[in-house]
Design a protein around this ligand. Structure first.
Ligand SMILES: C[S@@+](CC[C@H](N)C(=O)[O-])C[C@H]1O[C@@H](n2cnc3c(N)ncnc32)[C@H](O)[C@@H]1O
Length: 320
């Protein structure tokens, strides 16, 4: 890209109206309490026009670049940067997002949420760090990381409008925008301190471009033992045994792996929780809902399930 690495965008750029709204008027900023400002005050300095790569500024319920490419803020609070109307393959459906919301509320993945927040807090990030969650879903993990980093702001990117509605409300310091992570991100070069990637597609080249040199990438992947009790009985997809190797290959040109930890524990799940777990993942796309419900019911009321994750930290090399 032609733009230089962005200086760390600092300070308010325009006015806040509260919540996650894009601010409208740069001269009438009332609220200087950082905890209550709109995250878009900072995020307008992080995002760029997806059409011409120029800067974006807040306009009436939208973001606009100097060439007047305009991106509306949806009624539900996220910015529609992904225009063209075509649904991105693999974007989560409304039912999957509902299931994910219910499952995450059950607390069975709380140890992972805590581990991610702890890891982010241990990275030595600047106090006013920018966190980008690529494939953020409902914004659950981004919100936990922002809680652990009290001065940081977050940007959730996802292709699912249903997930983005949740992500836009996930945390007062998070903004959300629609994007297909296989395309060049609508984010300026070198202005992100940490990228989160939790069970979501990975675009190593773009992660590297948007991270500042030395910035961190946190990747969560399921290990081969994750949910192994449920896989054959429910028809969940098997975990590719080469997944780790593929991950390394995708990232190795741009990143150095700094650490890798396995987090594994047993969760006792109710039939309802198992149903949400099944419906939030890819099984929802290839097994009929009624069939999936029948298979879950056959497991009984309380099910012992292994949760097993790899949490990796990568550092961006300087080969920009
Ligand atoms: C398995 S979910 C994980 C969501 C979230 N990280 C979490 O763990 O709760 C994968 C997410 O990636 C999103 N997704 C899939 N393909 C995408 C793409 N090409 N661009 C952006 N988001 C995508 C889906 O909509 C979904 O929200």
């Amino acid at each position: 890209m032609s733009e230089p690495s962005a200086a760390r965008p600092r300070g308010p750029q325009s006015a806040a109206r509260g919540g996650n709204d894009v601010p409208q008027d740069r001269d009438t900023r009332q609220d200087r309490d950082p905890a209550r400002r709109s995250p878009w005050e900072t995020l307008t300095g992080v995002v760029r026009c997806p059409v011409c790569q120029d800067r974006l500024e807040a306009a009436e319920r939208s973001l606009r670049c100097p060439r007047r490419h305009t991106f509306d803020v949806a009624r539900q609070g996220y910015v529609s940067l992904l225009s063209g109307g075509k649904r991105t393959v693999n974007a989560d459906s409304a039912a999957m997002v509902q299931a994910r919301t219910e499952f995450l509320a059950s607390g069975h993945y709380a140890p992972l949420t805590d581990a991610l927040a702890r890891t982010a807090a241990s990275l030595g990030l600047p106090e006013d760090a920018t966190v980008l969650d690529a494939g953020a879903g409902t914004g659950h993990y981004l919100a936990a990381v922002l809680e652990a980093l009290p001065g940081a702001v977050g940007l959730a990117l996802d292709a699912s409008p249903y997930a983005l509605r949740r992500a836009a409300r996930a945390h007062p310091r998070a903004g959300a925008a629609s994007w297909d992570v296989w395309r060049p991100f609508p984010v300026r070069n070198g202005c992100v301190d940490v990228v989160l990637n939790v069970f979501a597609p990975r675009n190593g080249a773009e992660f590297h471009r948007v991270l500042r040199p030395g910035g961190a990438l946190l990747v969560v992947t399921p290990t081969g033992r994750h949910l192994h009790e449920l896989r054959s009985r429910l028809g969940l997809l098997e975990i590719d045994p080469d997944k780790e190797e593929r991950l390394e290959r995708t990232l190795s040109g741009h990143f150095v792996r700094e650490s890798y930890e396995t987090l594994e524990y047993t969760a006792w799940m109710s039939a309802r929780d198992v149903e949400s777990l099944a419906f939030m993942g890819p099984a929802a796309r290839h097994v009929e809902p009624e069939e999936l419900r029948t298979r879950v019911a056959a497991l009984g009321e309380r099910v012992e399930v292994t949760a097993s994750f790899g949490v990796a930290v990568y550092r961006a090399g300087a080969d920009r």
